[in-house]
Ligand binder design. Structure first.
Ligand SMILES: [Fe+2]
Length: 207
């Protein structure tokens, strides 16, 4: 008797990770972020400072913006997105002390989002993504290992030069870290929108 069995993982939640070995462009961007802070721009408190969200418009961030957009293009190719073009709607940096944590949140008014770590000292505090399936925790049995079938939050470790991209609807947050109080975790976050004509019947729109 022939039996055919298969398991398909449907409705994927893609998180795309790119690790750059040459991080000189991160050093340059970190320097530019510090200059913004020194200039008194942005807001926050003594555990997290956030720059204005228009870094994508500033020439000192053009290099890192181009690197990000190149990678976003590869992501959009991978998922098969039909588009004329795409653009960054905003970009901002968070300069964090070890204690800082970010509560779970999505990025509104955006199709894809991401973060790249410019500085990630010690144990910098993982970024965690929350299972987006409604009621997936209604029954949480034990599993033999911490596989994707068990975990309701999946975490990734920040590293200098690590770029993480994900759909903007995916809730994510950041754990506190453990590193020297005199150092900072510096992350650069961004939102992306496609330019396209969506032709789906009764759902037509030009973005
Ligand atoms: Fe975020």
């Amino acid at each position: 008797m022939t039996v055919s069995r298969q398991t398909q993982l449907i409705f994927p939640t893609p998180v795309h990770i790119v690790d750059f070995s040459d991080t000189v462009f991160c050093d340059k961007a970190a320097l530019a972020v510090r200059a913004i802070l020194d200039n008194g721009e942005g807001g926050g408190d003594d555990i997290c400072w956030c720059t204005p969200d228009n870094l994508d418009l500033r020439p000192e961030f053009a290099e890192i913006k181009n690197i990000i957009l190149t990678e976003i293009g590869k992501v959009f190719d991978y998922i098969g997105l039909v588009r004329d073009d795409f653009y960054m709607t905003c970009m901002w940096a968070n300069v964090s002390k070890p204690k800082n944590r970010h509560a779970l949140h999505p990025h509104a008014n955006s199709y894809y989002s991401g973060v790249i770590y410019l500085e990630a000292p010690g144990i910098p505090g993982n970024i965690g993504f929350k299972d987006p399936r409604p009621s997936s925790e209604m029954l949480s049995p034990d599993y033999v290992e911490n596989s994707i079938f068990k975990l309701r939050t999946i975490e990734f470790e920040p590293k200098k030069g690590r770029l993480i991209m994900f759909p903007s609807w995916l809730h994510h947050g950041t754990r506190p870290g453990n590193f020297d109080e005199n150092l900072n975790r510096i992350s650069l976050s961004f939102n992306i929108m496609p330019r396209c004509v969506i032709t789906d019947h009764t759902r037509r729109i030009t973005l």
